[in-house]
Each structure stands twice: as C-alpha cells, then as structure tokens.
Design a protein around this ligand. Structure first.
Ligand code: FPP
Length: 248
C-alpha cells in the first residue's frame, strides 16, 4: 500500500477538522455485542485520530461525542456513555499533557451529570496551558441550541444598551457562539456511511468540505483520517468565486 501520510501536503493542512463519530452501535451489533461495547472501542479511534491530528500539525480537532438528542437513548446506554467519558477523561489527561494537547468543550455542559461535568472541567483545567493542538469535545451539544443561546446573549446586550442591532455582523455573531476564537472547520468527516449533519456546527461549516466515510467509528484509524485529508486537498475550494479567480 502507498504511504498515505507522505501524500499529505503539510502546507495545506486544514487548521480545524470536525468529526461526527458514528456507527458504534452497528459495529457492536456486527460483533454480536451490546452497543456499549461499540462505544468502548470507539475510544481507540478517538485516541488514534487525536494522535494523528496532533502529529500532522492540525490546530483544532472537534469530536461530536454526545448530542442534545442522545438523551433520548435507553437510560442504560446514556449512563454507560457518561461513565465511559469520566473514565476516559481521567485516564487520558496525562496523555494529553504529554502530547501538549489542550482540552476544550462546546455544548450545554452544565447539564451533564455532575461527575461527568467535574471530570471534564478538571481535564480542561489541567491541560489549559498546552499549545500544540486543541481537542474540542462536543458534549450535550446541538447547533440550533448554540445559535439560539448566541441570539439570546446578543439580545440581552442590546436590551442592556451595550450593543446596537446595526453592529451585529458575522464576527460579532461568531464570537457569541461556543466556538468563539476558533477557526471554522475546513473539513467535516462523518463515519458509518450516513450522509447527514445532524445538528452539528451548522453556522461554522458554511464553507467546510464534507467527507463521508463508510467505516464504522470503532474501526476508524490513522489511515482513514489521512485519506480524508488527502481527499480534502484534492478538492478546489472556490468560496463562491470561479476557478480562474483563485490564486494558487
Ligand atoms: C455514535 O455511534 C457514537 C456516539 C453517540 C458516542 C461516541 C462516543 C465515544 C466514541 C466515546 C467518547 C469518548 C471520548 C473521550 C470523546 P452510534 O451509537 O450512533 O452508532 P449507531 O449509529 O451505529 O447506532
């Protein structure tokens, strides 16, 4: 097999890659195991992808770990996922520090179970000075919620006389989102063959390239990640212009 990593142009790396990790349940079913077994094995893919992104020099990696809609799953599965998060966060903070990776979160994290919230806050606090890459976990996240919250915040500022409606522009609105300060993802990957966005970063992916992989998340490895980046680099990103207007 051709070495995929060497085919990546490091000069043209996406600064921010976002991933919808999907297919844990189907992967488990394929193996005749309960769904939780899929989530446990999904952690290996999280580790692989994080390492691959950091090694390449990606600045931001955002992983959709739990959506606002996921609360509707069987209680047993939700509880197991929350426990898995605590366990993984506690275990991996040291790895993050060793690799100079900063942890951040987006979503309504205050509504997570107390133990999950605490583990997350601790992870964020203990890695806050790291600077090689930022790993962003989307937890109890939904894009519509985020956009509504931002709107509410801006409306409050207007009401308080701190902001004029005429001054609301793209930059002001972006800064009111959870992702304030982060570059928009240039590449969005979804695994497991589903071709949907599922309420993830709707504002931020306005110009992102979308890459759909048939691989179930627990099987996702560095090679699959490299393939997505190579694919991204072969696309022409026009941002509404025509080919001839693009400077190479
Ligand atoms: C989607 O597969 C996966 C999730 C909802 C959870 C993802 C969480 C992990 C991989 C563990 C998180 C750990 C860290 C530290 C981020 P699915 O259950 O929707 O699969 P299905 O579509 O086949 O049912």
């Amino acid at each position: 097999m051709m070495d995929l990593k060497s085919q990546i142009n490091i000069e043209k790396l996406p600064r921010h890659i976002a991933i919808i990790m999907d297919g844990n349940g189907r992967w488990a079913k394929q193996h005749g195991k309960p769904r939780v077994f899929g989530h446990r094995n999904g952690v290996t893919a999280v580790r692989e992808t994080t390492e691959a992104a950091a090694e390449l020099g990606v600045e931001y990696l955002t992983l959709y770990a739990f959506s606002t809609e996921n609360w509707n799953r069987p209680k047993l599965e939700v509880n197991a996922l929350m426990r898995l998060l605590v366990e993984t966060l506690n275990k991996e903070v040291e790895t993050l520090n060793k690799n100079d990776i900063r942890l951040q979160a987006i979503g309504d994290i205050r509504k997570l179970p107390e133990r999950t919230y605490q583990a997350l806050q601790q992870g964020i606090e203990r890695t806050k000075d790291n600077s090689r890459m930022t790993l962003v976990l989307a937890l109890n996240y939904s894009s519509k919620w985020e956009i509504m919250e931002a709107s509410r915040r801006l409306a409050q500022q207007v009401q308080a006389g701190e902001l004029s409606p005429a001054d609301i522009n793209e930059q002001v609105f972006s800064n009111a989102l959870n992702t304030s300060g982060m570059p928009d993802p240039e590449l969005l990957i979804r695994t497991s063959g589903e071709n949907r966005i599922s309420n993830f970063l709707l504002w931020q992916i306005a110009y992102a390239e979308l890459y759909f992989s048939p691989v179930f998340w627990p099987d996702f490895r560095k090679e699959h990640f490299y393939q997505a980046i190579i694919d991204f680099q072969h696309r022409e990103r026009r941002f509404g212009k025509i080919s001839e207007q693009l400077v190479q």
